[in-house]
Write a protein that binds this ligand. Structure first.
Ligand code: IPM
Ligand code: MG
Length: 355
């Protein structure tokens, strides 16, 4: 196999720490298989180049076989105008790479079962679902406007728009994924209110006809957020639009124990994905060696699986993570009585030692 070119965006806050750990883990799991190219994006790029996503940064990602991202943003850049915020760089990478399908697994790691905040009888039924979040459409990419009304009052609007092809392609991703799992798709919308949701429902139902073995349910997003804590074991594959997916995936992360543990893969029509943990840049703990690198390490494993078909190496990494958790090693975010508190770099070293 030829060496893979990976664009690496360390980002801001804890981003560089968790990325450093992940690159070391990847190198150990598959020595000599990668060329990593560091890319400036986010607050660090604003400081250095005056913009969150310089053209050359995006080009490097577009030319790479895959992109690995830590996290971006922080209070330092909160007062920037919208087009100069770190988050804008992130959206630029997502749309520039055309990765419209964001895959966010929510699964209880057996050794962390007691970290699930839900009632024992609910958690014991098993929690293992995937959120397929539409990533390059909806309000995130609609027109954003601040304006004055005719009375001179301040007003603002954000436009939510979806077209048929955007819904169709994300629905296919969800149904295909369900075919390899328990064959249940739950499409989440707000069709009792939103026109975009009614189109969403219509198109998802059309796509469903091509997957007769898959059972399709629809839920309104408010109800879904309740069902996720009432009966999480009912869910297999969730498909939903950008904003609902953003919100529900944070909820899901807490259900399974810690936001620091969850990786995500963003995929387009080809294999060149974008891989990142779902957590943010956590500026409050940056540089203190407290950050849990597992979410990013598992994002690295997803990269091996989805972009490079290196399933064996991906398994190795996932098993190593499982083993260190079984050994009782815990970074502060997942620490509980009876376990051993360690730093982020100790967590990295423990995982590497298992490889
Ligand atoms: C996420 C994050 C981002 C999003 C932010 C940082 C722009 O919350 O990946 O879920 O809203 O998509
Ligand atoms: Mg989010």
């Amino acid at each position: 196999m030829s060496r893979k070119n990976v664009a690496v965006i360390p980002g801001d806050g804890i981003g560089p720490e968790v990325i450093k750990a992940t690159l070391e883990v990847l190198e150990k799991a598959a020595p000599g298989k990668f060329d990593f190219t560091e890319v400036a994006m986010g607050g660090n790029a604003i400081d250095k180049y005056g913009e969150p996503l310089p053209d050359f940064s995006l080009k490097t990602c577009q030319n790479a076989d895959a992109t690995l991202l830590g996290a971006v943003g922080g209070p330092k850049w909160d007062n920037q105008p919208p087009e100069k915020r770190p988050e804008r760089g992130l959206l630029g990478v997502r749309s520039g790479l055309e990765v419209f399908a964001n895959i966010r697994p929510a699964k209880i790691f057996a050794p962390l079962a007691s970290a699930c905040p839900l009632r024992k009888d609910i958690a014991e039924k098993g929690i293992d679902f995937i959120i397929v979040r539409e990533l390059t459409g909806g309000i995130y990419f609609g027109k954003h406007e601040a304006f004055k009304t005719s009375d001179g009052e301040r007003a603002a609007r954000d436009v939510m728009e979806y077209s048929e092809h955007e819904i169709k392609r994300i629905a296919h991703v969800a149904f295909k994924m369900a075919m390899g799992r328990r064959k249940i798709v739950t499409s989440i919308d707000k069709a009792n209110i939103l026109t975009t949701s009614r189109l969403w429902r219509e198109v998802v139902e059309e796509v469903a006809k091509e997957y007769p073995e898959v059972k399709l349910n629809h839920l309104y997003v408010d109800n879904a957020s309740m069902q996720l804590v009432r009966a999480p074991s009912d869910f297999d594959v969730i498909v939903t639009e950008n904003t609902f997916g953003d919100i529900l995936s944070d909820e899901a992360s807490q259900i399974v124990g810690s936001i620091g543990m969850i990786p995500s893969a963003s995929l387009g029509e080809n294999n060149r994905g974008l891989y990142e943990p779902i957590h943010g840049s956590a500026p409050d703990i940056a540089g203190q060696d407290k950050a849990n690198p597992i979410g990013t390490i598992l994002a690295g494993a997803m990269m091996l699986r989805y972009s490079f078909a290196m399933n064996k190496e991906a398994d190795k990494i996932e098993n190593a993570v499982d083993e260190v958790l079984r050994d009782g090693l815990r970074t502060p975010d997942i620490f509980m009585d009876g376990t051993k508190l360690i730093t982020g770099s100790q967590m990295r070293d423990a995982i590497i030692a298992k490889l």
